[in-house]
Design a binder for this molecule. Sequence first.
Ligand code: GDP
Ligand code: MG
Length: 598
Amino acid sequence: KRQKNIRNFSIIAHIDHGKSTLADRLIEHTGMLTEREMDSQVLDSMDLEKERGITIKLKAVRLIYTDKKGEEYIFNLIDTPGHVDFNYEVSRSLAACEGALVVVDATQGVEAQTLGNVYLAIDQDLELVPIINKIDLPSARPDEIKQEIEDIIGIDAENAPLISAKKGIGIEDVFTRIIEDIPAPSGDENAPLKALIFDSYYDSYKGVICYVSIKDGVVKPGDEIIMMATKKVFEVVEVGITTSSHISLDKLSAGDVGYITASIKNVKEATVGDTITLAKNPTAEPLPGYKKVVPMVYCGIYPAEGEEYTNIREALEKLQVNDAALVFEAETSAALGFGFRCGFLGLLHMEIIQERLEREFNLDIITTSPSVIYKINKVDGSTVEIQNPTNLPDQTEILYMEEPIVSADIMTPTDYVGAVMELCQNRRGTFINMEYLEETRALIKYDLPLNEVIYDFFDALKSKTRGYASYDYELKGYNESKLVKLDILINGNIVDALSIIVHESTAYNKGRRICEKLSQVIPRHQFAIPIQAAIGNKIIARETIRALRKDVLAKCYGGDISRKRKLLEKQKEGKKRMRMVGEVEVPQEAFLSVLKYE
Ligand code: GDP
Ligand code: MG
């Protein structure tokens, strides 16, 4: 049977442990691509990803491997995103596989993200194949790391290949483990079609390209297909597989991983996690695990001074065609005028969209401080969800409020346990437990309000542990919390775009810090500008930006023209991303000043 020689697998790893390098090596060893074609790191295809060293969009690559006995195998290597914001996509791409390679850096050991991804893989019943990478480094500790994998992950690591993905050492061993340890797919070709969409993206020529794992049945061009979650019907135009490019085939059958196109106009109609079946002979049940992705973090996006509102709408629409997780709607701010409220999976997703708007669409935008979704239980018995602090009902209407809580796994060298716990405590964390993984490392579990994590938690954690700690989290639920709206007044006026919802206990501190920060980033004007923080009518902090005494240009004494021009240019540059709020020029930085408060 054909399926016997298919292996569908992913590579999971903590960031920088060598996932992409190993993927490249596997591709290279199967000779699918010439080195020139490879353009180093095929799987991380977006520029942004390369720069940030993270994999955002997952893809599949088919490799043909011939073992020493001349037996030919089809390997479908499925790439997974490497960030907690995209955990749902990770779980779906894992669901497309029968096994996963767990790459662990021989100098670092198991980290929080390794564990987070391993949990996701175990949820999908995948066979885990441990791989110890970077054995070429002098500080590699392969034996200790094997022990650690057994202790922490609980899988046998005795036969784990010891490899150097970079130097190409031990790669054959990896192939052997894939063949021997990862089960072949076992779908039924004669059953009704069941295909899992584990990724989809919009292509301007072909429409949406759905990456699918065929669990049962067969799909061919001309077939009428149904997306079981959205109930949309399409006619298949093309099916195929991806190597270095798309190769169309006459059909995809049970066990295959490949792509389907069907003139689909928007990724929302072919969402990740959905099951495709045939209209003529549909399957009774969709595959388990489908979830509609919901944004966790919201922020406002407004045109900077001189930018057009409609340009932003068009760009957001274009991005949305390719990003089912991005949501937006028009909103109006008293301070900033017309703009958009946008929802994201997390802070990284938010930053990616902001950067794409700026770089790919060349837009000057102002983004307001991010907010999570709060549940407001009102006196009249109703519950509302708000993600814009401005919409918080009057205090007299509120019975109590709830905020989202995440459960976080933090791994740290034992030297920093105190520092980590202090940080979590300061972020209103609830200690759950602590385990020593080895003598020198600990796993600390905390429940933390998402609202404390989305700001600079990760940076703070890194700086308090000299970069040694790692963390991973998942949404746990909602908890009642004493929250208040903190308003910021510039020149006596509340700037709605700067309002944030904070816990009562941290309001004073945050108010003071934000005022300080704003007084540093807002340039001096011809007049003095008071900056105040307030809860309701009560002012809790205040700073003043002193008036400019002289015109800046006066400093040039009208003499040196080129110097004068430079100064003007510099001012222009600095002005680029700012907005007039009343009489005051407020730079973009100011709107994000709430992000960093430690
Ligand atoms: P990813 O984040 O898991 O995809 O990790 P990458 O594959 O991007 O690798 C992170 C860094 O580790 C890069 O600088 C690689 O060159 C380096 N690296 C990967 N594998 C090895 C290895 O076997 N030995 C050494 N010395 N460095 C490696
Ligand atoms: Mg990578």
